[in-house]
Design a protein around this ligand. Sequence first.
Ligand code: UDX
Length: 440
Amino acid sequence: MKITVIGAGYVGLVSGVCFAEFGFNVICVDNNTSKIKSLKNGCVPIYEPGLDTLIMKNSAAGRLIFSSEISSSVKDADIVFIAVGTPSKSDGSADLSHIYQVIEDIHDSVNKNAVLVIKSTVPVGTTRTIKQLLSNKGIELDVAFNPEFLKEGAAIEDFMRPDRIILGVESEKAKDILSHVYRPLYVFNIPIVFTELETAELSKYASNAFLAMKITFINEIANLCEVCGADVKEVALAIGLDKRIGDQFLQAGPGYGGSCFPKDTSALENFARKLGIQVPLVTETIISNRDRRDKMINKILNACGNDVKNKNISILGVTFKANTDDMRDSPSVDIINSMISRGANIRIYDPSFSEQAKEIFKNINFSKNAYDNCNDADAVVIITDWPEFKALNLSELGKRVKNHLLIDLRSMYSISEVRNSGFTYSSVGKKTFKPESQHE
Ligand code: UDX
């Protein structure tokens, strides 16, 4: 079985490497020649724990090849996966230009017996449109839609142990060949759901929109907790034990970011609107999440006495989530830019040492570790939930800072943990804790 994966981003690269790990011969294609050159040299362009090891192993075994030559890469393939980006356009709809460019690039060289599988997140109806587009060019290919549900920072684990595999197919041939490709997972009793093309396409959007809504819900409960004295972590535990709710994606924070939730909620709303259907919960999720950044900015300002001019603010974590270097739509960008516009002196430490972050915050000093970053700080602000921020030595931190103020937008500490630290602890979903000495 020969597999070609077009698009070497998070989804395409991880999928291709994992298919090779299953024992298939895989060609990973991308039109970004420098990315392909890096991959050929064993350098992984994305921060994904464990990916480099798998790439080296499967490249050495001769099962994994990287190429920027798209035509030659599809001519012998039994399956061609398309996993190129579908970013948001200004109106929120999905930009499908990269997908249609791939169709242009492959139509006259693709193996006519191949199955063409769309893995990119696309509006409902796109896969069928692609089939028609190829048919208009005289090429009758079996098509399928196979969404990916991997999370950045846990991509390999999520690919190798998904909760389910969704396969939108419309022929026995596509069903058989994809069943074969995913057989290594099937043996782990991972359910494979065969559906119509449109059902599979909508399921991807519905999944991401629901998860984004769930996060937004707990963030709104966190707002309530901050004024009524409840603790959002305990509320999340209490409701998450109900199997109908589930305990995942109930961590309150600064709001979701990343390359998927923002674009997929907007694309779903846009798609629904074009069909004349209102999806108010999705619309409100988008609005609430966007407004949350202002809430976080106000939280920091309030904690700093509504004035950050010339104050040293130590930012811990800027990536959109832990275990990635990805800055796409990270809440930290709006938060930090707002502080800078108010005259704050910012220092940043992020464990990923993200190049994207250094590019975005060109004129800001980056530190080598959390403690150096807090030297002489008037306030320490945790934005990303990196594991190392969960167990900071607060007494060491106390020796470094100028003012004992910890603003934790991920609420990683309990009051008992900060009680004797000397820090005022402002967080999400809990009332602010002030040491005895500061009570009015
Ligand atoms: C998401 C989906 O989880 C994944 O299934 C899909 O394939 C791609 O989009 P990803 O965006 O990589 O994955 O990361 P995820 O872990 O879902 O986090 C998304 C955002 O939500 C991050 O900003 C994260 O900090 C935030 N989040 C997540 C919360 O604020 N609280 C939570 O409980 C979980």
